[in-house]
Design a binder for this molecule. Sequence first.
Ligand code: ADP
Length: 290
Amino acid sequence: MELRIENLSKTYANGVKALEDVTLTIPKGMYGLLGQNGAGKSTLMRTLATLQDADCGTARLGEIDLLRDKDAVRRILGYLPQDFGVYPRVSALEMLDHLAMLKGVVHRGERKALVEAMLEKVNLTEHRKKALTSFSGGMRQRFGIAQALLGNPKLLIVDEPTAGLDPGERNRFYNLLAEVGENVIVILSTHIVEDVLELCSKMAIIHKGRVLYEGAPDTAVESLAGKIYSRRITKAELGEFEKQYRVISSKLVAGQPLIHIHSEEPPGAGFMPAQPGLEDVFFAKIGGLV
Ligand code: ADP
């Protein structure tokens, strides 16, 4: 079953065009929606999660019209929003139990088994009696996945889930998502290139409400083979290089700028060929260089 989004647009009352003619086909597995802050990711996620309406366009998952059949969507949806609030002084166990009840699991024994299985899945069993407020960022996000999985969703939406996690927590979270992603459609929205690289076999790049790329990360990276060059420069030289070359990115390596440029021909001038990466694809696309 695929999720097909066609010609989706949304303009907010203040005139911001958050989505412009977005068309995407999202298969089972992990799908990365990569974009900078303000690109329109949350708008798209919230629209698919039935929390707000689009101006026009369609979104279908099999028989379900996601923009109209809101009750049907809620039955198959798991959602981890960007700002997932936590309730003070309530333990993970109590909260999950409560949420499972709201999902309609009324039989006590069944609910207990479900909640325990979820806690085990996200590796929070030993912390189940602690207040959610005492959880680290990574623990909160894993709890967020547990609650999103309660209803056995076919579509799981996770909005910017790794922002603020330390590397160890991020890794644990990746492993959890990769496991979940085997059986359902998971849309992972993120501004972190590494999230997509590690987890997703399909992706889209979204910028200013528009889709700039849709496909496999590998294919996008291969399309830049032989066209990326790098060079160390001084900070003072950056402006000049930006005028002369198609500079994709500049980042500090050991305190000194290292620039990546896009060039069809070897540029000389001390540039070395560089292995392209997904970050090059991302910055080249949003910079309008490719
Ligand atoms: P992202 O999730 O990629 O950071 P958003 O979907 O949150 O992007 O935002 C896309 C654009 O829409 C941004 O310019 C943002 O400021 C604007 N925006 C988001 N929500 C609203 C709103 N409720 N009213 C007006 N503008 C909004």
